[in-house]
Design a protein around this ligand. Sequence first.
Ligand SMILES: [Mn+2]
Length: 505
Amino acid sequence: MSEIDAPAEASDTDPSQTAPSETGATASHDIAMPQGMREALTANWDPAPPTPHRSRADAGPYAAGRRAKVSAALRDRLIVVPAGSLKVRANDTEYPFRASSTFAWLTAETAAEAVLVMYPDGGGHRSVLYVLEYVGPGELGYFTDRLHGALWVGNVPTRTEVGERLMIEVRGRDALGGDLEPYRDAEAAILTGFDPSVDALLPRGTATDLERIADELRLTKDEWEIARLQDACDATTRGFEDIVRELPMVLARGGRRGERWLEGTFWRRARQEGNDVGYGSILGAGHHGTVLHWTHNDGDIVPGQLLLADMGVETNSLHTADVTRTFPVTGEWTPTQRRMYEAVREAQAAGIAEAKSGADFLAAHRAATWVLADHLHSWGILPVTAEVSCSTDLERPGAGLHRRYTLHGVSHMLGIDVHDCAAARDEVYRDGPLAPGYVLTVEPGLYFQLNDRSVPAEFRGLAVRIEDDILVTDGDPVNLSVGLPRAPDEITAWMADIQASPASI
Ligand SMILES: [Mn+2]
């Protein structure tokens, strides 16, 4: 990251703005660039080296198929879906950009500040993708625009290349305002809140139906998306192998902040094989595993602990895995750890068996939770039977007491978002039947807090969660994350095997 010696141009809202101030200095502490210097610096350049498009070559027809479904659901409406704008992290640095999920789903594009517009046209829609082309050689912004100068941030693909790769009409982002002007008062479905400059162009646009409709359509993954989710799970498997391989080294060095080290190890795999992690990795050693969203990951790792690792690689198409494994950091289970682990494994198997076409979404949750409650009762922790604790009559005395230890629902939809399809109505998601092409997690867990007086001392501070990504089909459920072992002895053997073999990249 460079600041000194080059005049940085912060172009706040208008990405095409490249004009420097009178002195040529554009941000605090920048060195002035007089007119003569500007002319000298902008002369004598060939075009900037092209940057290839990063999407898969086969993405276009699938994205077109998704647009056709949205088109049919929003007939005669203007549809506007921005990728989103850059977000400031601090001062003049931005967060890494991640396109809005609806945009990525409809275009297979992930570029910052791009916008999809679907114009009503003869009962259907004509789709146009507006992309930003960065400031090239011959213009001052090539040197001075730290957000969009090709010299500063690398070039982007040409409009022609984007159009050929994604099989869509492409126009420059600077044409968007003029193209939308005739629609300023039209009834528009617009994904608001992602790009303020786009929201301002269509002040009467509404977001509600578009998000709901897209999220309900996104419940069913097409074959291309299923393949990407499989890619995400496969890369995630390799990331888990990476952290297992480094555990002996972490322990040998005293384990200090070992959770953080392993977080970095997994992140390297995510960046190597995909775009990023799909959500903040959770690495909870010992009682940190009882904290559902433990993303501080700053704890030590010491022998005798279980490590709960909940991590997922996000592909370049932005599809993510969401996988949890829990294992003893030395590979050796204590009897209590094993007993607890086997209960969760049995619960997960019961849940996965319910992930069938036609079953309702909550069937996996009910089946898994019943198994957990039954074990909790048999251990003397739950004072009532599973039948009482899992009663659908929530007013019944004793109902729901297992929730002190199970804490969360067993499933959620998975796709481009880790908690996918959040805007879908309850009647099609939570209360709706599963269908072929749905992908959901099955992730039961047991959590005994360190300070919970209701459990025997031997259980306190222990946490187990097992999470896999399940594809619903016409037949049996397909486990996309089956590449990682689950049986306790298989985990021990897997760890020894991985730790005896070199890393692969
Ligand atoms: Mn999950």
